[in-house]
Write a protein of this length. Structure first.
Length: 395
């Protein structure tokens, strides 16, 4: 992967130079031109350049640029509504100059003014906030369908696999990278101004855990938005859902990959993954209580059964019950080595049959209604998407 840091440095220098010299001064033009020229080789190598500025972190694609941790311009750009900045070729000189000028004008004003209006043209310079909330699924689904844009979630799958490898190797659980994947999935949900639920089709059975984690995260965020949660709560749901099965990294690979029926001893091993997941999250990262609770509780039944066994009668957390519905649904509609994927109506029928025993009845109803309202896409991991409307139907 090419190094985006020289371009970001030139971008900040151009913005700083705008503040040092008056309009029309040749130093402004030189700094702008130098920055534009630095963008060209980056686009030539990468095809496009996508940046996120999150809590003082800079993310390029799905890679956190550790060298720019606490970079001043990350916070400054986010403060004017530029949390996501994308350069999609062709990027003309006029477009680039206009963006720099608009960003500078906004940066030099007093705090509290209206942020830059988001810009989402098909090509050129695109920017805006990374929002997980907003309009309801029904409102967005009623808009005319935009032309489908081929895209892949291969990078997200690779990032989740890396997260699992880091956890398995007893390293720090990388929260920033986790949030980056969740934000990428959220952006895929809102592409082209409409809500879609991009669910990943398995390319290889060994990828089940990672693709399943991404699918459950997308479904949980879709549920959060459908139920009217605030953006911060939607993001927290997405993170918790992405990590709900993280405890499986502690299971023996021969058990995890077994295609036949588990023995009683193997079943006991598998049923340890909620405890292992909660312990892993709590010991590796602070301020992730919700993710730890969901990891621990997502196999607890609504009627009090399931595992881990409860010492005292109590209800599982609402987020755990929500993720459980998404978890089981995706497991049912995914093809496994030992069975084909369930038909969609059969999967929803199973949820309905177990309503009140395994699942929260209100959440099953909300989930089913959400699927009927949202546009949906099944995404081959490394291939373009195929769009369908209404129920989730694999291509």
């Amino acid at each position: 992967m090419s190094d985006p840091i020289p371009f970001l440095t030139s971008l900040s220098q151009a913005l700083a130079t705008m503040g040092l010299y008056t309009e029309g001064h040749p130093a402004r033009g030189r700094a702008l031109r130098a920055s534009y020229q630095t963008l060209a080789p980056l686009l030539e190598k990468e095809g496009d350049a996508r940046f996120s500025f999150l809590s003082g972190e800079v993310v390029f694609g799905n890679r956190v640029l550790r060298e720019l941790k606490e970079w001043e311009w990350s916070r400054r750009l986010a403060s004017i509504g530029v949390e996501r900045l994308e350069f999609i070729p062709p990027v003309s000189w006029d477009e680039y100059e206009r963006f720099i000028q608009q960003a500078y004008e906004q940066l030099r004003r007093e705090q509290g003014v209206t942020p830059l209006e988001p810009h989402h043209a098909p090509t050129g310079v695109r920017y805006g906030r990374v929002a997980l909330g907003g309009e309801s699924l029904e409102e967005l689904a009623e808009r005319p369908a935009a032309t489908a844009v081929p895209y892949s979630l291969a990078e997200e799958i690779e990032a989740v696999q890396w997260l699992h490898d880091e956890a398995a190797a007893n390293k720090e659980l990388p929260l920033i990278e986790t949030e980056t994947v969740v934000r990428s999935l959220a952006l895929a949900m809102h592409q082209q101004g409409q809500v879609v639920l991009p669910l990943l089709l398995l390319k290889e059975f060994d990828q089940y855990t990672t693709t399943h984690s991404c699918n459950v995260s997308v479904l949980a965020m879709g549920m959060g938005e459908y139920l009217g949660f605030a953006p911060r709560e939607v993001k927290a749901l997405g993170v918790a859902a992405l990590l709900h099965d993280i405890g499986k990294v502690k299971l023996p690979s021969e058990v995890l990959r077994k295609t036949g029926t588990y023995t009683a001893e193997e079943r006991k091993i598998v049923e340890q993954h909620p405890v292992e997941g909660a312990r892993l999250i709590l010991t590796r990262h602070r301020n992730m209580d919700l993710a730890a609770v969901v990891a621990y509780e997502h196999h607890m039944r609504y009627d009090g059964g399931g595992y881990p066994a409860r010492v005292f009668p109590r209800e599982a957390h609402f987020a755990s019950r929500l993720v459980q519905v998404c978890d089981v649904y995706d497991a049912l509609v995914s093809r496994r080595p030992y069975r084909d994927a369930f038909p969609l109506d059969r999967a929803l029928g199973i949820l309905e049959e177990d309503t009140g025993s395994m699942f929260d009845p209100e959440l099953v109803l909300a989930f089913t209604t959400m699927l009927h309202h949202a546009r949906s896409k099944w995404v081959s991991i490394a291939e373009p998407t195929v769009e369908v409307t209404g129920m989730l139907v694999p291509n």
